[in-house]
Design a protein around this ligand. Structure first.
Ligand code: 13P
Length: 271
């Protein structure tokens, strides 16, 4: 059997995206949420690109939709990926206010965050809608970053594992092992987001390892070993290295600290 050039390129990219040691190349993504106008976003990436030149991890920034095109122009030729904060599952139609994966792809987006806790909390996202979005992102050959995480009430009530288990299984319904292999998962305890209360490395590692075990059970050990799991929630330059040194933490999804080029670059360089 002869492989096509496209297939060879896909395999080469897959190999290049994994590090030789754990088999997983760390990935750090800045989620800019509802911050930065297009002009401010352009200034931020202009400052960021030279600062992360020497970083070895995979890097992405997720500006708000209206900033994507300006940011794409500045990122062209750099190692920083353009990411989006969400995407709708329908490809077109009467869905006012929504954005399709094809629109994002056309702008040069490579990764799309789905199921962020703020979407679940404020915009009625459920495991089912998150799953539909993840499927649409994969169908467009883009990489979903699927977020899960418990609230403070859930942690205090002892249901962290039950909540994360439900969100992971619900988010992955109908996805094949090959699809999951290439996805990114993000564990973001809601109580650690924007609060300055970072999970301890033990708390984070415990849930990451728990998530990897669910993947092994749902799919197989190889898929569990391949999937990358980011930690998110008050990641800063001074705590990033310690978190990222944990065996099951493969990167960071960064909010507040991603809005300052120097801080975000320091996190990228800590991997
Ligand atoms: P903070 O880094 O501001 O806590 O936000 C984390 C987050 O929600 C990233 O998606």
């Amino acid at each position: 059997m002869r492989l096509t050039d496209n297939e060879i390129e896909a395999i080469a990219q897959k190999i290049a995206s994994k590090s030789p040691s754990s088999g997983r190349r760390p990935i750090v993504v800045g989620n800019w949420k509802l911050h930065k106008t297009p002009t401010e976003a352009a200034n931020l990436v202009r400052e960021l690109v030279p600062l992360v030149e020497g970083a070895t991890c995979e890097i992405g920034v997720a500006p708000a939709y209206p900033c994507l095109e300006r940011v794409a122009g500045i990122l062209a030729g750099s190692k920083v990926h353009l990411c989006a904060q969400n995407a709708y599952w329908e490809s077109s139609g009467a869905f006012t206010g929504e954005v399709s994966t094809a629109m994002l792809k056309d702008l040069g987006v490579s990764h799309v965050i789905v199921g962020h806790s703020e979407r679940r909390q404020f915009f009625g996202e459920t495991d089912e809608t998150v799953n539909r979005r993840a499927k649409a992102v994969l169908a467009a050959d883009l990489t979903p970053i699927l977020c899960v995480g418990e609230s403070l009430e859930e942690r205090d009530g002892g249901s962290t594992q039950a909540v994360v288990d439900r969100q992971i299984r619900g988010g992955l319904v109908g996805l094949t092992e090959l699809q999951v292999d290439d996805m990114v998962l993000a564990y973001e305890p809601v109580w650690a987001i924007g609060t300055g209360k970072v999970a301890t490395v033990e708390q984070a590692q415990e849930v990451h390892s728990f998530i990897r075990n669910i993947i092994a059970e749902l799919y197989n050990p190889q898929t569990a070993a391949a999937v990358r799991i980011q930690y998110g929630g008050s990641v800063k330059p001074d705590n990033a290295a310690q978190l990222l040194a944990q065996s099951d933490i493969d990167g960071a999804l960064v909010g507040g600290a991603a809005l300052k080029a120097a801080d975000f670059a320091a996190i990228c360089l800590a991997t």
